[in-house]
Design a protein around this ligand. Sequence first.
Ligand SMILES: [Zn+2]
Ligand SMILES: [Zn+2]
Length: 256
Amino acid sequence: MKMDKVKLSIVSLSLLVLGTTFYSCNKGKIVSTGDVSITDVVKAKFSSAVSISTKGIGRKERIILKSNGLPEHKTPYWGSGHALYEDFPSGHAPNANTTMESQTYVMKIPTNPAEASSKEETSLGEIGMALNGVAIYNDREGGNVSLDAMTLSTFDNSGAHPTPGKNYHYHTTGKYTSVDDAKLIGFLRDGFPIYGRKDMTGEYPTLDEYGGHYGPTEDFPNGIYHYHASNVNYLNSGYYILKAGSYYGTKGNFTK
Ligand SMILES: [Zn+2]
Ligand SMILES: [Zn+2]
């Protein structure tokens, strides 16, 4: 009888220690992608303008994506006379940063992303990379304020413009990425993919507070946690924010 109690205590104590260890490493459960490898999807879906390699093993394995950050598509920010120049949408004009320049982006994402036990807010600057190597930004501008109508009027057809550092970046969906569809747009720094406003069923999904949910996508038919562009017509501008708020997972490095 006494022995049983001791055994029970040891078991309880072990569970407590295990539980503490589990939570203290600030990582949640790895999100299942069925039998589909994120590395394979990244290699298949990113354009040849993005160089892809992997480093490390197991939970520490990372996919390293390198790009120059320039779009392969038309935008007025190429400058008039350039082969890829096209006009601004009606009523729009360039911001003070009239040109864009080549960057040396390096994004490192986990090959096995997990839900973070403590969620971190996205911040100004690069929060992910689109399939063509262009940086993805959240819904904020300099001064960490929400995008306003004035800033929106500097967007091209892709919901993009350059920073003072001449980094061209997407804030919203657009003509050359996704328009009211279920297309894969890119990956955020926590290793989770981001899709257009629709699921592959053609429906607008119900999203959690991080702008994502778990379910099947064209690339991960067995299901994966994934983000979607917001389905809110932002300030009635016709632009749809790609990502606002916190990451679902733990963000990896993004250097430039
Ligand atoms: Zn911006
Ligand atoms: Zn979905």
